[in-house]
Design a protein around this ligand. Structure first.
Ligand code: 7O9
Length: 498
């Protein structure tokens, strides 16, 4: 009787989950429809005011806020607990596999993007070279070296509560900003620059992740003494997963209003497409090849199973990524779909996904490389092989470091442009379509993270099995084993019943 009940509940759950994916898909389509409708019926003499857009966005904003609110309470305890509950040798191996996957796929994405943009040449037109973007007398408030050092500095925050709110940023103070002190020196003369230390208001996620990994390792090393803390973090992550589950059910309506609101806000998009259509197509083609061919193929080769089921099961996460344009806000959905539908062990998913969301952004890397070469083409510059290599390296670094750089989007793009000597103002060429491409590249970022977790899960089966056995055969470890089972089975009620 009990078995039957459980099975019935499970079947109901499966239906519900699929219903949710279908409803979220409908939300995306209706959102686009509403957006197109608004744009088509907009009276040019009486366009939508920012206040109208704000009203339309209201529901979407609530959904986005809810998702963002669970990031820290879910991700940090999950990461600590998953590392804390693994054997150290095991977590080292799993971590290494994940890092190899992240590096290999990101580098592949950049190379793919560069091959496409160099062969399609979307920025080479009759007028290119005439634009004034090659003006090199520009001022930036950071240098690439400063940004890189900020990144490393942000890995080791001096104060953990502060890291929840602020990250560190070095800024250049040009002499011209303080003419009373410097007279009128040349602003390009590096010797006259002063540096300023700034704390900017954005969560230092890199610092929190590094500290969580260290805490997880310390728990694993502390044996008996670490268990209460491990249990605490496991309990927090289980409870937060429940909250996440509620929020996920709002996805259909949330993405609808997020997309409709964004579309109501935009300028005449057809004009942008006329100007940037080839560029848009190149980025989209690159993202498409990477996300729909390369990564699924890699998944098939490694796991020897077809990727369609896996990808379909993650549909909700991809659509949420498209709706929110944020892979970190999507992370709770990604974790849920991966564990509940694709059966990925939660010790793996909660270990590799937070790290993946922080440093693995294939879509972003591809986008930045394509954008930089496109802007160079528009400016009439043909980058040399050496410059292309430099762009590849900075685009890869930018995608790895994005979470550790304040105002990442702009700063990282400037960094990549700087490698070919293009001024920061030339970003304005591509800015009008950035919001739309952001949604596509975010979906690919999430796809890359999820396939990575699937692959690492497959490769780590033997070790996970070994670990389960080792614990079962060691009576001393029994209480430890219980905790691990609670965590890996993801049964919300087991903790209570113990
Ligand atoms: C895109 F996983 C967590 F919780 F640890 C985590 C939390 C926040 C991980 C990362 C972040 C985070 O803030 N990341 C971040 C990402 C910050 C600034 C910029 C970006 C880059 O975002 C992508 C892009 O613009 O290409 C894209 N929108 O994947 O979210």
């Amino acid at each position: 009787m009990k078995m039957f009940k459980i099975r019935k509940e499970k079947m109901g759950g499966v239906l519900m989950e699929n219903l949710l994916t279908i409803a979220t898909f409908a939300g995306v389509i209706i959102g686009i429809g509403v957006g197109v409708g608004i744009k088509n019926h907009e009276d040019p003499t009486n366009p939508w005011l920012p206040r109208d857009v704000m009203y339309l966005k209201f529901i979407g904003t609530l959904f986005l806020n809810m998702l963002k609110s669970v990031i820290i309470p879910l991700i940090i305890p999950s990461l600590i607990a998953s590392i804390g509950s693994l054997d150290l040798s095991l977590s080292g191996k799993i971590g290494l596999r994940a890092i190899v996957y992240y590096m290999a796929t990101t580098i592949f994405a950049v190379i793919l993007g560069i091959i496409l943009v160099v062969s399609i040449k979307p920025g080479v037109t009759e007028e290119s070279g005439n634009s004034n973007v090659t003006d090199t007398k520009h001022q930036r408030n950071v240098t690439t070296a400063d940004t890189m050092m900020d990144l490393v500095r942000n890995c080791f925050p001096p104060n953990i509560p502060q890291a929840l709110l602020q990250q560190y940023q070095t800024q250049i103070v040009y002499p011209t900003m303080e003419p009373e002190k410097f007279g009128d020196p040349d602003p390009m003369d590096k010797n006259t620059w002063k540096v300023k230390s700034n704390w900017t208001d954005s969560t230092n996620i890199l610092g929190l992740v590094v500290f969580s990994i260290a805490t997880g390792i310390a728990i694993a090393l502390s044996g008996e003494d670490g268990i209460p803390l491990l249990r605490f973090f496991q309990s927090v992550s289980i409870v937060m997963m429940k909250v996440t589950n509620w929020i996920i059910h709002l996805a259909p309506i949330g993405v609808l209003f997020l997309i409709a609101g964004q579309m109501a806000e935009m300028d005449d998009i057809s004009k942008e497409f006329e100007k940037l259509g080839w560029y848009f197509g190149t980025v989209l083609l690159g993202l498409g090849i990477h996300g729909l061919i390369v990564l699924p193929l890699l998944y098939t080769i490694v796991t020897r199973t077809l990727p369609f089921r896996f990808l379909l099961n993650m549909g909700n996460a991809y659509m949420t990524a498209f709706g929110t344009a944020s892979s970190s806000a999507t992370l709770p959905v990604t974790i849920e779909s991966l564990e509940e539908k694709n059966g990925v062990d939660s010790r793996i998913s909660r270990f590799v996904l937070p790290i993946g969301a922080t440093i693995n952004m294939d879509g972003t890397a591809l986008y930045e490389a394509v954008a930089a070469i496109f802007i160079a083409q528009m400016s009439g510059i043909t980058p040399s092989i050496g410059q292309v290599a430099a762009i590849s390296i900075t685009a890869t670094a930018a995608s790895i470091g994005a979470a550790g750089i304040p105002q990442a989007g702009l700063v990282t793009m400037v960094m990549v442009l700087d490698t070919v000597g293009l001024p920061s103002e030339s970003i304005s060429i591509i800015l009008s379509l950035d919001w739309l491409l952001d949604r596509f590249r975010t979906a690919i970022n999430v796809l890359g993270d999820s396939i990575g977790a699937g692959i690492v899960n497959h490769l780590s089966q033997k070790e996970l099995e070994q670990m389960n056995q080792r614990q079962n055969s060691d009576p001393e470890n029994l209480h430890m084993d219980n905790i691990k089972m609670v965590f890996s089975c993801n049964k919300y009620n087991v903790l209570k019943s113990q």
